[in-house]
Design a protein around this ligand. Structure first.
Ligand code: ADP
Ligand code: MG
Length: 509
C-alpha cells in the first residue's frame, strides 16, 4: 500500500484508544474534569458495567454556552495556554483529549450551565459529530451522559471483562478520588444501587471509613512529614507527604490498598509503592502488603505528568528525594504507632525456656497455645525428614533438629500449607465440611469487593460459604467451611474478593 495520511476519523479512533481503555477510564476522565471545575458534589451513575450507561453529574463551573462544541474538539482545553504552562500543571486535565476521545467511541450528551447563565446548554454527539443542540434548564454545573460505549469498536468490546469486573474497576476509580478529595461529596450508583457515598467533610478518615470500612479505618495512623520546605522556594527540599498508613495488623495480600496522589492526581508508581513497603520493612510477613493512602505535594515543575495520555504515570525530577520523604514520613507514623520494644524485653523473650511447642496443626491454629498436653507430630510430607522439635522462637518459628542440621520452620506458613492441602483434598472429593453459624453473621464489603461478590456466590458456595445479599454492601453469611470456623474467615473472604480482579478464582479460594 502506498503511504498516505489517515482519514481524521481513523486518527481519532486510534487516539481515543489511548485515553479510553475501558469504562473505568471514561469515569476517571469525567470525574477529573468535574474536579478541575471545582465541584463540591460529584455523582457517578453506571449501568451494564459502564457499557450501557455512564453519567457524571457535578456542581462545578460549567462550560459557557459558546464553548461547548469546542470542548469536544481534539486538543481543545481551558487548562493550559502555551508551551511554558506544561512545566507547571496544577489541573488534572490539560491535554484536551478526553471529551473528543469519549465522543469518538460512544454516544455523548452534555448539559452544562455556568453561574452567569440563566439557562444551560444541551449538546448530543454521535460518532463525534454534533447531532443536536439546544437550551435546557439546570443549576450551574455539568452532566455528561455516555451511552453505548464501544458499540462501534467491537475489538475493544471483546476485550472487556464481565460487568462485575468492569464495575469493580469503576468503583475503584471513584473510591480513589474520594480518598484524594475528602472535601468533595461523591456518590456512586451501580445499576441503581448506591455503592459509595462520601460526606465531603474534608477529613481523610471519613473517606477511609466509607471506602475501606470501619475496621481498616480504626487501624490507620496519620502520616505527615510536616515538611513544608518547598513552599519556601528551595529547589532541593523534600516534598510534603501526608495521608494515612495502616498498622501492620491490617496488611493485605495485594498492593491494591496502596494509593498515591501526587499534587492530588491519582498515580501508579512502583517507586512510591516500594518506598512505602520499605517503611514497613520488618513489620509485615513476606507476601503481605500494607494499606496506605499517601499524598505528595511538590512544586508542579518538579514532576512531569505528560508521559502518557491516561496521565496515571509520572516522572519526578528528583526521584530519590521523593522516595526518601515518603519512606521517612511513613516509617515515622508507624514508629509512633508501635514503640520499638526495649532491648531487655527482647532479650528475655529469647532466653525464656521453651514452652510446649505449638503445633501447626493444632485445632485452635494461629495464636493459641496447643491444648493437648502430649502433642503428636504430623508426619512431614514431601521432602522433610523426620524432625525432633526443640522449641519455638519468638512465637514465629519452630526450631527443630533433623539428620542434617537445624531446621527453622515458619510456623504460620506451615500452618497455611497444611490448610491448603486439606481444602484441596476436600474439594476434589466434593466433601468440603461445612459449619453452620449459630447466628448469621453480617459481612460488610467495600464497593470494589461488592462488585466481585455479586457474581461469585456460587463459587464460594462450593467451598462451604453460604452468602446472601442483605442491603447496601452488606451480606449475610450462614455457613462457612469447617476449616475456617473460629478463624478470621471474614478477613479471608475480604482478601479473596480483593485478589479476584483477574486470574483463577478457584485457585485463589
Ligand atoms: P482537558 O480536561 O484536558 O482540558 P477535556 O477534553 O477533558 O480536556 O475537556 C475539555 C474542556 O472542557 C476542559 O478544558 C474544560 O474547559 C471543559 N470541561 C470538561 N468537562 C467539564 C466539567 N465537568 N465542568 C466544566 N468544564 C468542563
Ligand atoms: Mg479532562
Amino acid at each position: 500500500m502506498p503511504i498516505k495520511v489517515l482519514d481524521p476519523k481513523v486518527v481519532s479512533r486510534i487516539a481515543a484508544g489511548e485515553v479510553v481503555e475501558r469504562p473505568a477510564s471514561v469515569v476517571k476522565e469525567l470525574v477529573e474534569n468535574s474536579l478541575d471545575a471545582d465541584s463540591t458534589q460529584i455523582s457517578v451513575e453506571v449501568r451494564g458495567g459502564g457499557v450501557g450507561l455512564i453519567r457524571v453529574m457535578d456542581n462545578g463551573a460549567g462550560i459557557p454556552s459558546g464553548e461547548v462544541e469546542l470542548a469536544f474538539d481534539r486538543y481543545a482545553t481551558s487548562k493550559i495556554g502555551e508551551l511554558a504552562d506544561l512545566e507547571g500543571i496544577e489541573s488534572l486535565g490539560f491535554r484536551g483529549e478526553a471529551l473528543p476521545s469519549i465522543a469518538a467511541v460512544a454516544q455523548v450528551d452534555i448539559v452544562t450551565c455556568t453561574a452567569g447563565e440563566s439557562v444551560g446548554t444541551h449538546l448530543s454527539l454521535k460518532d463525534g459529530v454534533v447531532v443536536n443542540r439546544g437550551s435546557q434548564g439546570r443549576s450551574p454545573g455539568t452532566t455528561v451522559t455516555v451511552n453505548n460505549l464501544f458499540r462501534r469498536v467491537p475489538a475493544r468490546l471483546k476485550f472487556l471483562k464481565s460487568p462485575a469486573t468492569e464495575n469493580s474497576h469503576i468503583a475503584n476509580v471513584v473510591s480513589q478520588y474520594a480518598l484524594a478529595f475528602p472535601e468533595v461529596k461523591f456518590t456512586l450508583l451501580i445499576d441503581g444501587k448506591a455503592v459509595l457515598r462520601t460526606a465531603g467533610s474534608g477529613r481523610l478518615i471519613d473517606s477511609v471509613i466509607e471506602v475501606y470500612g470501619l475496621e481498616i479505618a480504626q487501624n490507620m495512623v496519620e502520616v505527615d512529614s510536616q515538611d513544608r520546605g518547598w513552599e519556601s522556594g528551595t529547589v532541593v527540599s523534600p516534598p510534603r507527604v501526608t495521608g494515612m498508613a495502616g498498622s501492620p495488623a491490617v496488611s493485605r495480600s495485594s498492593r491494591s490498598y496502596l494509593s498515591f496522589f501526587v499534587n492530588r492526581r491519582w498515580v501508579s508508581s512502583r517507586m512510591l509503592a516500594w518506598a512505602v513497603e520499605e517503611a514497613y520493612h520488618g513489620l509485615l510477613m513476606q507476601g503481605r502488603h500494607p494499606v496506605a493512602i499517601i499524598s505528595i505535594s511538590l512544586p508542579p515543575e518538579q514532576v512531569d505528568v505528560n508521559i502518557h495520555p491516561a496521565k496515571t504515570e509520572i516522572k519526578f525530577q528528583n526521584e530519590h528525594i521523593v522516595f526518601g520523604a515518603v519512606q521517612r514520613a511513613t516509617r515515622q507514623a508507624l514508629i509512633e504507632l508501635a514503640p520499638v520494644p526495649k532491648i531487655e524485653e527482647v532479650a528475655t523473650a529469647y532466653v525464656s525456656p521453651p514452652s510446649a511447642p505449638r503445633l501447626w496443626t493444632s485445632a485452635g491454629g494461629g495464636d493459641r497455645p496447643a491444648t493437648s498436653p502430649s502433642p503428636t507430630y504430623p508426619t512431614p510430607v514431601v521432602s522433610l525428614p523426620l524432625l525432633r522439635v526443640l522449641g519455638q522462637l519468638a512465637s514465629d518459628y519452630i526450631v527443630a533438629e533433623g539428620p542434617d542440621g537445624l531446621y527453622l520452620i515458619d510456623q504460620h506458613a506451615a500452618h497455611e500449607r497444611v490448610l491448603y492441602e486439606k481444602i484441596k483434598r476436600q474439594r476434589s472429593g466434593q466433601k468440603v465440611e461445612v459449619q453452620g453459624l449459630l447466628e448469621p453473621v453480617t459481612l460488610e464489603v467495600n464497593p470494589k469487593q461488592d462488585a466481585v461478590l455479586k457474581s461469585h456466590y456460587e463459587d464460594l458456595a462450593q467451598f462451604g460459604f453460604s452468602i446472601e445479599p442483605f442491603g447496601d454492601r452488606t451480606y449475610l453469611v450462614r455457613t462457612v467451611p469447617a476449616l475456617l470456623h473460629n478463624k478470621d474467615w471474614v478477613g479471608m473472604v475480604r482478601e479473596l474478593l480483593d485478589s479476584l480482579s483477574g486470574g483463577d478464582w478457584v485457585e485463589s479460594i
